[in-house]
Write a protein that binds this ligand. Structure first.
Ligand code: SAM
Ligand code: SF4
Length: 442
């Protein structure tokens, strides 16, 4: 009998990508994916975890407890596999604390999931695979089978930057880039599966390199593939920005006018303590260079408030940086101490209520900026890539070039259409578009 599986994925886009690849690897072995509500009844349940913030491990144990209780009620014990960054960080401890877990597999070892599941089915117990060789998993994973208009493609993994707050260098390992040819081949497979937009992914995607080729050339190579109509990338690190990457925004029409460039703080004192390796002036310099090349660029960022030792004056510097840049969107988080990172050891941790209050002020400003950015788009005509149905009949939701969600109403549309629309109204999180012409159907 074929075994069924379900994957519950948490965290960043790289985890979404990893979950897709795990799914493809298991399907290639004849297993079937049961999604949605029926996921809980699958024979194998995979929890693809994120460790970046807050009590990730506690949440995982809570989730396993919930699944086990439901399984007991239903008289069905699924095989439970924990993958992703909590698996890497906690290892065998997960099996010690949660007896219901059968397998623990790190993010560099998930290509071995089919083999580990076969060993488990043959009677092996408590399997833990945390091997971290960079990249070979990509050589052994099956070809892409994903169908859809917008696809993720991991080109670089890991990080050597060791920001004082961050677990990524410990959970995802050293920085490593995939080879250009393998990436182009995967992009081709995604286009064959219906992708019109490809988002290149990496913890520091613009650190990508293959010999003497850098990120700018990678974007060029993807743009040269017939069928690739839109290219995006995330996340970029300020220190890895190159002139070729900035120029690509002017020279390569498929490269969307969108840049996610996390700064974390606007205070030079805090940036130094974070070991970010850039200061505020350097960041402003980059923003100016990008905007000179592509004035309509939507710029987004990540912020951490309440890093140990952050004063009210430091926080005011963050607000002033936000004022000066003018963001289209941003993610902002309260600093969360992560075991094993230098910042977690500091004795000048900030009170939770101070963090909350600062986060509230920062988010109010960022929300104002998002609304202003969206309102400035009203009256423009642009291409919208339709990604899914909206709530109302005939309603569709797609993305503008600036990654805004745009609602378009027309019963003749379908997922994958690239249509021209005039943006007619805007809120902080989405806009409404009036269909002008069907550009090209999927
Ligand atoms: N490599 C990217 C960079 O340097 O900008 C960021 C990748 S990290 C996976 C995504 C975001 O999570 C970071 O930009 C940061 O804002 C946030 N983050 C990481 N560690 C954190 C922590 N300990 N507390 C709060 N936020 C954190
Ligand atoms: Fe984490 Fe810093 Fe590396 Fe980004 S650059 S992944 S924040 S250590």
């Amino acid at each position: 009998m074929t075994r069924s599986f379900a994957i519950k994925s948490f965290g960043c886009q790289m985890n979404v990508y990893d979950a897709e690849r795990m799914s493809e690897a298991l399907q290639a072995e004849g297993m079937t994916e049961s999604g949605g509500e029926s996921g809980e009844a699958a024979d194998v349940l995979i929890l693809n975890t994120c460790h970046i913030r807050e009590k990730a491990a506690e949440k995982l144990y809570h989730e396993i407890g919930r699944i086990s209780a439901r399984a007991r009620e239903a008289g069905h014990k699924p095989v439970i596999a924990v993958t992703g960054c909590v698996a890497q960080a906690e290892g065998a401890e997960i099996i010690r604390r949660a007896g219901a877990v059968d397998l623990v597999v790190g993010p560099q070892a998930y290509h071995r999931l089919p083999r580990l599941l076969a060993e488990q089915a043959a009677g092996a117990k408590a399997l833990v695979d945390l091997d971290m060789p960079a990249l070979p998993k990509f050589d052994t994973l099956p070809a892409r089978r994903r169908r859809g208009p917008s696809a993720f493609l991991t080109v670089q993994e890991g990080c050597d930057k060791f920001c004082a707050f961050c677990v990524v260098p410990y959970t995802r390992g050293a920085e490593a880039s995939r080879g250009l040819d393998a990436i182009v081949e995967e992009a081709r497979q995604l286009v064959d599966g219906g992708a019109r937009e490809i988002t290149l992914l990496g913890q520091n995607v613009n650190a990508w390199a293959d010999g003497n080729k850098g990120f700018g050339q990678l974007v060029e190579a993807i743009a040269a593939l017939p069928g690739v109509e839109r290219i995006r990338y995330t996340t970029s690190h300020p220190r890895d920005v190159t002139e070729a990457m900035i120029r690509a925004h002017a020279d390569i029409p498929q490269l969307m006018p969108y840049l996610h460039l996390p700064v974390q703080s606007g205070s030079d004192r805090v940036l130094a303590a974070m070991n970010r390796k850039h200061d505020r002036a350097f960041y402003f310099g980059l923003i100016d260079r990008f905007r000179a090349m592509r004035p309509d660029l939507a710029i987004t960022s990540d912020f951490i408030v309440g890093f140990p030792g952050e004063t009210e004056e430091d926080f005011a510097d963050t607000l002033s940086l936000v004022e000066q840049v003018g963001y289209a969107q941003a993610f902002s988080f309260k600093y969360s101490p992560r075991l094993g990172t230098p910042a977690a050891e500091r004795d000048d941790q900030i009170d939770e209520d101070v963090k909350s209050e600062r986060l509230h002020r920062l988010q109010a400003l960022l929300q104002e900026q998002s609304l202003a950015f969206n309102r400035r788009s009203v009256g423009q005509s642009c291409d919208i890539l339709i990604e899914r149905r909206g709530r109302q009949p005939g309603q569709w939701i797609g993305k503008s070039p600036w990654l805004q969600s745009v609602v378009v109403t027309d019963p003749t549309l379908s997922v994958g259409d690239l249509v021209r629309a005039e943006l007619v109204s805007a809120g902080p999180n989405s806009l409404e578009g009036r269909l002008l012409t069907m550009k090209t159907a999927a």
